[in-house]
Design a protein around this ligand. Structure first.
Ligand SMILES: C[S@@+](CC[C@H](N)C(=O)[O-])C[C@H]1O[C@@H](n2cnc3c(N)ncnc32)[C@H](O)[C@@H]1O
Ligand code: SF4
Length: 407
């Protein structure tokens, strides 16, 4: 959830959608995202839409939050009343720190989603969690409530790196929490890593990868540190207190991640995501990347239904106020033009190991694909089978390949 929201046209007060959008809701799958905008403290690198107790001010509280989300869900069920999705395939509760809410509140939200639209029998239900904000008991409550997957923000195994990132958990706590999650009955557990933090050595990152592999999780996400404008980290770098991340170091770290994870039996399925088995891939994120429909509940949450994309007001107090008045919390929306939809499709699907069908490209895009193939950025076997599939070198240069495939 980026800090800056795009412009757009207003959302009607009742949240209604054009009939063209609701005609085939869920034809490519339907998911629900729930944003939980609370954190115990703000990590210096993070510009997500999240608030500490001090930042929150009046008009919104953690205590009333589950009910506010359920009010938006009731509105969503009314909006899709005549054309409900066939079922909910995936739920993803993200943040912020969802596990700052009591596990019972997370259970109540999931129950509300099931009542509104019906969870598929095999639905994937994920919550993000900060390692220090879960216990064996809370994990058992979440599992019993129907959550099937936990995604833990580990970031690093190195105490010095965790300190530069302002993380609250001690080194070792994330993998401990991952084991607790498995003991609580979660078959699907993810650990998030950040690489390229100033002060992180190659050995630090190798140790992070080794710990992730030893933790027995079935999914790993690894992201290069992004220095977001307006964050404390960006200010420290501007003042010269910390060096800016280096692209060469980030590339080395990515290659180290691929080597260690591949050796441990993980396969990449998206540039920043690896899973041990196909069943371990995050189906909710795959739904985003493959152009599915989802309703995003919560302040600042984005939704996409039938080519209409909208986003909610950002502040939790403004969000609660709209819903208390019986109005949609939608701030603005846009209908994707065919060109915009194509750009998005190329950007997202090229990053997948399954690749982008060459058939969706125009003549210029196909010429770009031939150049990328000749440069060793696309896989010859994938290309022969009709898809643009990035090679390892192509994954390092994915943004440049995207530019080559677009007009
Ligand atoms: C928004 S966080 C929510 C999860 C949870 N609050 C946590 O931090 O553990 C999701 C993930 O995004 C990644 N992330 C957030 N900001 C980032 C940044 N500036 N650069 C790279 N990765 C980032 C982190 O790996 C984090 O675990
Ligand atoms: S805990 Fe997660 S969401 Fe909260 S500030 Fe840190 S990175 Fe951002």
């Amino acid at each position: 959830m980026p800090g800056v929201l795009p412009e757009g046209e207003p959302v009607p007060a009742d949240g209604s959608l054009p009939a063209t959008a609701t005609r085939a809701v869920g034809a490519r799958g339907f998911g629900v995202y729930v944003h939980v905008p609370f954190c115990a403290s703000r990590c210096g690198y993070c510009d997500f839409n999240t608030y500490t107790a001090d930042e929150l001010g009046g008009g919104a509280s953690r205590e009333g939050y589950a009910d506010t989300v359920l009010a938006e869900l009731a509105l969503a069920a009314r909006v899709l009343g005549d054309a409900p999705p066939p079922r909910v395939d995936t739920v993803f509760v993200g943040g912020g720190t969802p596990t700052l809410l009591p596990a019972d509140d997370l259970a109540r939200i999931l129950d509300g989603i099931d009542r509104a639209w019906g969870l598929a029998a095999d639905a994937e239900v994920t919550t993000e969690a900060n390692p220090e904000s879960v216990t064996p008991e809370s994990l058992k409550t979440l599992r019993a409530a129907g959550y099937t997957r936990i995604s833990l923000g580990m970031q690093s195994a190195a105490p010095g790196v965790l300190a530069i990132l302002d993380r609250r958990h001690r080194a070792g706590r994330a993998t401990e929490a991952a084991r607790e999650a498995r003991d609580a009955g979660f078959d699907h557990v993810n650990l998030d890593l950040i690489y390229g933090t100033p002060g992180e050595s190659a050995d630090d990152f190798a140790a992070s990868l080794a710990q992730v592999v030893a933790a027995g999780v079935d999914h790993v996400s690894a992201y290069a540190l992004i220095v977001e404008d307006g964050t404390r980290l960006a200010a420290r770098m501007r003042r010269g207190e910390l060096p800016y991340p280096s692209d060469d170091v980030a590339a080395d770290r990515y290659l180290a991640a691929e080597a260690a994870l591949d050796a441990a039996g993980f396969s990449w399925y998206e540039v920043s995501n690896w899973a041990r088995t196909p069943a371990g891939r995050c189906r909710h994120n795959l739904l985003y990347w493959n152009g599915g429909d989802w309703w995003g509940l919560g302040p600042g949450a984005h939704s996409h239904v039938g080519g209409v994309r909208w986003w909610n007001v950002k502040h939790p107090a403004a969000y609660a106020k709209r819903l208390a008045a019986g109005e949609s919390p939608g701030l603005a929306r846009e209908v994707l033009t065919p060109d915009e939809a194509h750009t998005e499709d190329v950007m997202l699907r090229l990053r997948l190991a399954s690749g982008l069908p060459l058939a969706v490209l125009d003549d210029a895009g196909r010429a770009g694909a031939r150049r990328a193939l000749a440069d060793g950025l696309l896989d010859p076997a994938g290309y022969a089978a009709g898809a643009a599939v990035l090679t390892l070198r192509g994954r390092l240069l994915a943004d440049a390949v995207v530019r080559d495939l677009l007009p």
